[in-house]
Design a protein around this ligand. Structure first.
Ligand code: FAS
Ligand code: PHB
Length: 395
């Protein structure tokens, strides 16, 4: 067995792990990133699409934002569609000039991997059988098998568990040490990618009695759209024609609006849940991103929360290595969780306002419509939605 050491061992080359590794590098702190998938696979997984103002600023600050600024689409508002009509939420006038960027997560990943490797970063793809131990000692360790089958052990000062919802870090923490808060939703999203021009200049979040729809985009000729479905829905039950008929039914407006249709080349069903794990630390293992929390994508928070966890953890680790301070490390979980719970509430609120709950009654439906009427007719209501959507400030 080969043995090496590093200051910070990072498990997972998603947004959390890659951002953490590069921010630490810029502070002169060494890390090793272990990723189970190949580089091609990691760069191909279709996930999120909306970057908050803070994530845009971070990508530019760390030198990874050039392509995003060229190819991303700045959006200054969203459309809420209900009762067959559109109401717009304007971001700059409600948030002191902030907006969001539509830029696919797999493009963020490509840009982060490139900037990391160009600066000599150590990312080990296709790392198998990753395990962590000695977490409650001063020398926590990672063990894994590299793609040629050689077993390696890395002794670290700290380990960052950035391995998402299916990772090994959170399960490596003794059960009694964590409290898990979870809420499952009685629906999922049926997501498509299609070859068509954009149906709208801005994202459309539509509430309809048949179920929620989100009209998003990826580029001038590739569109990303979702409709609410059963959490156990099967992709094979849905032909292109049936999908477009459903989108037309749920997106219908009084003025006869119809979506731009085209061949669908990707269909997936995404589950919906809220989950928060407390605390986000055990000994010298720190959790960041989806390994510690999951939000329904309605609020477009998942990727952005991973980015802010990485920033807060990098700040704490930098204080330890460069100023010999441990206070920010002790405060990491509490600091991150204050922001995570605000984003969890916002994602739950957007989901509850816009989706049709099975077995709901007319009273519930009228409550949701009144919520939509309130946020689109009151400046205070619209401001509350806008400031959460563009991203709350980091403490
Ligand atoms: P990630 O899951 O992105 O990354 C974790 C990494 O760790 C992965 O590369 C994984 O391969 C690796 N890993 C896991 N176990 C490992 C092991 N044992 N050894 C080594 N590596 C390991 N969010 C939104 O805001 N909007 C959306 O529309 C949206 N859509 C989504 C669709 C899907 C299908 C999924 C799964 C998620 C979606 N999300 C969305 C949420 C998503 O964007 C996450 O919030 C974001 O990827 C979180 O980033 P990370 O915490 O880095 O975790
Ligand atoms: C996306 O483009 O994938 C997207 C956009 C906004 C959301 C969720 C997903 O709230």
């Amino acid at each position: 067995m080969r043995t090496t050491r590093t200051q910070v061992g990072i498990i997972g080359a998603g947004p959390a792990g890659l951002l953490l590794s590069h921010i630490l590098h810029l502070q002169g702190i060494e890390s090793v990133v272990l990723e189970r998938h190949s580089r091609d696979d990691v760069e191909a997984i279709i996930k999120a699409g909306v970057l908050e103002q803070g994530t845009i600023d971070l990508m530019n600050e760390i030198g990874a934002g050039e392509r995003m600024m060229k190819e991303g689409f700045r959006h200054e508002g969203i459309i809420l569609r209900f009762d067959g009509r559109d109401e717009r939420i304007d971001f700059p006038s409600l948030t002191g000039g902030k907006s969001v960027m539509i830029y696919a997560q797999h493009d963020v990943i490509k840009d982060l991997i490139k900037v990391r490797l160009d600066s000599g970063g150590d990312i080990r793809f296709e790392a198998k059988d990753v395990s962590v131990y000695d977490l409650d000692t001063a020398q926590p360790k990672i063990r894994y098998r590299d793609k040629s089958g050689v077993v390696e052990e890395i002794t670290c000062d700290f380990i960052a568990g950035c391995d998402g919802t299916q990772g090994i870090c959170r399960p490596s923490i003794p059960a009694g040490a964590l409290k898990v808060h979870e809420r499952l939703y009685p629906f999922g999203w049926f997501g498509i990618l299609c070859k068509a021009p954009p149906s709208s200049d801005e994202l459309i979040y539509a509430m309809h009695e048949r179920g929620f729809v989100l009209v998003s985009t990826r580029s001038p000729d590739i569109q990303r759209m979702y409709f609410q479905c059963s959490p156990t829905e099967k992709v094979e039950n849905w032909s292109d024609d049936r999908i477009w008929a459903e989108f037309r039914a749920r997106l219908a407006t009084q003025d006869g609006w119809v979506p731009q249709e085209g061949p669908i080349f990707s269909k997936t069903v995404i589950g919906m849940r809220s989950l928060v794990v407390e605390p986000m630390r055990y000994g010298r293992l720190f959790l960041a991103g989806d390994s510690a929390h999951v939000v329904p994508p309605t609020g477009a928070k998942g990727l952005n929360l991973a980015a802010t966890d990485a920033q807060i953890l990098a700040r704490a680790l930098t204080a330890y290595f460069k100023s010999n301070r441990s206070d920010l490390l002790y405060q990491y979980s509490e600091t991150a969780l204050r922001r995570i719970w605000k984003a969890t509430r916002f994602s739950w609120w957007m989901t509850s306002m816009l989706h049709t709950f099975p077995g709901t009654d007319e009273f519930q439906n009228r409550l949701q419509l009144s919520e939509l009427n309130y946020v689109t007719s009151s400046r205070a209501g619209a401001m509350a939605l806008a400031e959460n959507y563009v991203g709350l400030p980091i403490e």
